[in-house]
Ligand binder design. Sequence first.
Ligand SMILES: [Zn+2]
Ligand SMILES: [Zn+2]
Ligand SMILES: [Zn+2]
Length: 303
Amino acid sequence: MLAHGLLPLGYYTGMCFAAPEKQLFYFYQASEGWKIFFLLAILVPTVTGILAYYWSQNGWDNHPLARTLAFHALPQSGWRAVASSINTEFRRIDKFTTGAPGARVIVTDTWVMKVTTYSLHVAQQQDIHLTVTDSRQHELSPDSNMPVQFLTIRVASINPYVKAFDIRLNSTEYGELREKLHAPIRNAANVVIHQSLSDLFLETFTSLVEINQTYPVPSNQELEPCIGCMQTNANIKLVKNCHEPNEGECQQCYCRPMWCLTCMGKWFASRQDQQHPETWLSSQVPCPTCRAKFCILDVCIIQ
Ligand SMILES: [Zn+2]
Ligand SMILES: [Zn+2]
Ligand SMILES: [Zn+2]
């Protein structure tokens, strides 16, 4: 923090050399704005310096970090005991960590922590309730080669001194987090958590097929149950729509509707190169019954 406080002064000094026409070397000749800036640049590190001095009194007992930790201390011990417990557990290899360096989330056997540049949130596992409050999905797109879902989980503690905080993680890490926690995670918003790539892909597949052309089924044709799941009626017909009949790699499938949207999506995903999800949307797969090749544009929902 002291280092951040010194930045403006460094900037001012830099400007002295970079912009000599502003006459910043001679303080009295510099413009009003620069004078104010210079004073602030002096003031900020002074204040942070005093603050740092105050924190360091009584062996850093006044430091916000020490105070945060002190909330978890047992009556007869101080924040140092908490710090050493966290340190010990942090060194174990089985801890769970996620997030960018600016907002790191660490879960150890006893503690849940979120470390940001200026703050530290610590909660004891036995005191907390976790709730999934939000999810954000990033679709497959040319520049991000995997679909990702980010979950926001609220960590609330029954310890009144511990403020609730949010942690954010990739849905594929959710299983790992749940294993590390002793408490269950509630799902308040009924968020569907996609833990695998195929789960994530299915959502993208469905949303893309929904904007494709639909297929009007002749009124005398009865729809049979999907032969994949036997749960719902077949509602997909493959019609070559991506190119003119004799162009492209796709072929016309003449099978009657036999599959539902979910099963077709799973089939589509299962026939893909699992190492290269970025190719999934643009690839062709064979019809599960007649082996005619089709692409995602050729999947039509029956109306
Ligand atoms: Zn099905
Ligand atoms: Zn077919
Ligand atoms: Zn096609």
